[in-house]
Design a protein around this ligand. Structure first.
Ligand code: AQP
Length: 334
């Protein structure tokens, strides 16, 4: 009953596996920031997960700081959301073990993200294989209800639901069954038309600027329809990005120009470049300001980590009690 009275709890994370891009923003961060007003929000930097692909310690810690700066500059409010590093809550690794004991191997064998990553040459480590179990632990340890993500993560949330149900069936109703939440930019295409992804090398970074940004936008792959011919905006990568950064009216206008013919992809790319500049320009200034305040950023993460850890430890008391493990000495006191 107490569970029903609780506000909805949102939980999501982003891997520090490279610089964040428009796919991360429009699929995930934008809704994370909007939802901090609507319930209890827990957002974390998934540095344990990033270890499946990043094995350079300096790159991992630099990318962790970069993700923190990105979130804060884009509007995450640490007074509203609990914002923390995954590794500051080591209890998730313990819960991942517990969940792996009620999870059939066949469930993980069906994970498409694992297959995609291995096909792209990423080492098929146990960490990569068990990634969905750690993700389930992240979601369940905060007893979250809603997980705002991009489309590529939907299968992982479905697997989380299966794991939560398997645990509850074996040991009693400890975990709420979480749901995923998609935003308008649930599948943002990259420069080559595939899903924009850090590891595909096809990204436009959120905080890219100047000639680097221009070069990327101008390199977006389009078809060979001649300038004067009508074009289908729904099949164009440039338009798919434009509609995310432009108003509805502006997107409608560009779509009409595509259909009428006489608008080339070069013009559409220039219009997109202008909109990206205008959309993210103000955030860039804030990010530069925050980058000069590392102690503030560290303080936000440390405080968020302490709040998240207290929640996680409370859940682990329930879990340990349910499965027949003794309570941790420190947890037993509380
Ligand atoms: N192209 C995308 N469109 C919409 N949403 C996306 N997300 C990622 N790419 C797109 C969403 O961003 C959140 C954080 O993702 P992540 O960094 O934890 O892992 P990912 O989904 O695997 O993102 P990348 O860029 O593809 O990273 P790598 O290459 O390291 O695996 C998630 O909610 C994701 O859905």
């Amino acid at each position: 009953m107490a569970e029903q009275a609780r506000r909805v709890r949102f939980l999501s994370g982003v891997q520090p596996s490279g610089r964040l891009h428009l796919g991360n923003y429009f699929g995930a961060l934008k809704q994370h920031i909007a939802l901090q007003e609507e319930g209890e929000a827990f957002y974390f930097i998934a540095n344990f997960h990033a270890m499946t692909t990043v094995q350079d310690p300096r790159a991992l810690s630099q990318a962790t700081l970069d993700v923190a700066l990105d979130y804060l500059a884009l509007g995450l409010d640490p007074r509203r959301a609990v914002f923390f590093r995954q590794s500051d809550v080591p209890e998730v690794a313990e819960l991942a073990w517990v969940l792996s004991c009620v999870t059939g191997k066949g469930l993980l064998d069906r994970a498409t993200s694992y297959k995609d990553k291995v096909a792209r040459g990423i080492a098929p480590s146990m960490g990569l294989y068990a990634y969905p179990v750690l993700m389930a632990a992240d979601i369940l340890i905060y007893r979250s209800n809603v997980v705002p993500v991009g489309e590529d993560q939907v299968q992982h949330i479905e697997m989380t639901r299966d794991m939560a149900a398997a645990f509850n069936a074996a040991y009693g109703e400890i975990f709420p069954i979480p749901a995923f939440r998609l935003d308008a930019g649930a599948k943002v295409p990259g420069l080559d038309g595939q899903k924009m992804s850090k590891s595909y090398g096809n990204t436009i970074e959120i905080f890219e600027e100047g000639s680097a940004l221009r070069k990327k936008v101008m390199s977006i792959v389009t078809d060979s329809t001649p300038l004067e011919a009508p074009k289908d905006p729904e099949k164009c990568n440039v338009f798919a990005l434009y509609r995310l950064v432009a108003s509805e009216g502006e997107a409608g206008e560009l779509a009409a120009r595509y259909r009428a013919g006489g608008t080339g992809y070069g013009d559409a790319k220039k219009a997109l470049l202008g909109k990206v500049e205008a959309y993210f320009g103000p955030f860039r200034e804030e990010r530069k300001r925050l980058a000069k305040e590392p102690a503030y950023v560290e303080g936000v993460l440390a405080e968020g980590g302490a709040r998240a850890r207290a929640e996680a430890q409370a859940t682990m008391r329930l879990v340990r009690g349910a499965v027949g493990l003794p309570l941790m000495p420190a947890a037993a006191k509380g």
